[in-house]
Write a protein that binds this ligand. Structure first.
Ligand code: FA5
Length: 340
């Protein structure tokens, strides 16, 4: 009897089957119950021996019913978890939701400002030819200005773009000179790479945002107007800036527009290398050679360009003291700006 029972119980898969097995053996008319009932027909000596045997079987069946009951419950639980994981997408998630990177937030904000002023947004390639990155912006081979931007060259002779200006030539060729009375206004953000010594305000990977406006009568006053709008819209408060002459082969005249360091209020700190100022927005009037290489008649057209240090702007806007936070995986630091 015990051997039959042991075989049967290994096949049991559900609570109902287990209950049926219990009834078959221990129920009112169960096999073991009938045996117990039959004991009364035996004489005293036989009853003693057989009674002991039957009770042992009965106890071991009861024990097996309990342990198998637990096994079946556990299996049912595991199955329900597994099937929920596979199929039930409606169970609310306890995972944290993502957030926008502070650079993305500020990039989109500036794109919106410039779009509202009629600018087109373009995307530049990260891997560029030497021609686009240097020659086309008036930095010929062996020109000392190439040393200003320590470049990562690829094995195939191309390079990782060192500045967003690398897209100027392709954009001029794509749109051509504007129609009479119109202007070409383009904004092109992008990631740049330089083999820099890294410190609180220099990374080897950082973002710039370049802007360009070309037309028949574009002058420095247009340039200054757009720079002022940009800064007042982004900071929503007065920030001290200074304009000084700056040299870039692709502009003439060229300027450096520095912003008073908002981390220390201009007092001097490690972010601004104790100077109180941060180089943020170099700009100038597009050099005639650059217009010509882009297929635009430099006798007829003029234009301005600026190369905003987007990562540095985000530092000032969100008062982030160290540029390395942006490329870190420190989500606690990076997530907090989403709601600002
Ligand atoms: C340029 O890259 C020029 N192409 C900008 C330009 C465009 C000038 C159009 C005139 C007309 P510069 O190397 O200074 O210039 O870089 C521009 C800005 O990018 C800097 O002011 C700074 O804010 C930011 N920048 C430069 N190097 C780094 C770096 N390693 N880490 C973080 N930001 C940087």
């Amino acid at each position: 009897i015990k051997a039959d029972f042991d075989e049967a119980i290994t096949k049991v898969q559900s609570k109902d089957e287990l209950e049926q097995l219990r009834i078959n053996y221990l129920g009112k008319k169960g096999i073991v119950t009938e045996l117990l009932k039959g004991l009364k027909n035996l004489d005293a000596a036989e009853k003693k021996v057989a009674g002991k045997e039957v009770n042992l079987v009965k106890n071991s069946i009861e024990e097996a019913l309990i342990t198998n009951g637990k096994r079946i419950e556990e299996e049912a639980l595991l199955n329900s978890i597994a099937s929920a994981e596979k199929f039930d997408y409606s169970i609310p998630s306890k995972l944290n939701t993502g957030s926008l990177h502070p650079i993305t937030i500020i990039q989109r904000q500036i794109e919106d400002i410039f779009k509202s002023m009629g600018f087109i947004i373009e995307d530049g390639l990260e891997v560029q030819t030497e021609y686009n990155n240097f020659e086309a912006v008036n930095i010929p081979k062996h020109h000392p200005a190439r040393d200003m931007q320590d470049t990562y060259y690829l094995e195939n002779g191309q390079l990782l773009k060192t500045h967003t200006s690398a897209a100027q030539n392709a954009i001029m060729k794509k749109y051509g000179a504007p129609k009479p009375g119109e202007t070409l206004k383009v904004l092109f953000p992008g990631r740049c790479f330089r083999n820099e010594n890294i410190d609180a305000c220099h990374e080897n990977t950082f973002f710039q945002m370049e802007g360009m406006m070309i037309g028949e009568n574009i002058s420095i006053s247009n340039l200054i107007y757009f720079m002022k709008v940009l800064l007042s819209e982004v900071f929503q408060r007065d920030v001290k800036v200074r304009l000084r002459p700056g040299f870039f082969p692709f502009v003439e005249p060229g300027f450096e527009l520095d912003v008073n360091c908002l981390i220390c209020g201009g007092e001097g700190c490690s972010t601004c290398k104790q100077s109180g100022w941060l180089e943020l927005l170099p700009c100038g009037m597009i050099h005639p050679n650059v217009l010509e290489m882009g297929g635009i008649d430099s006798d007829k057209y003029t234009g301005f360009a600026f190369g905003l240090g987007l990562t540095r702007l985000a530092m000032m806007k969100y008062e982030i003291k160290d540029i390395r936070v942006f490329n870190s995986a420190n989500l606690k630091a990076l997530k907090q700006f989403s709601k600002k």
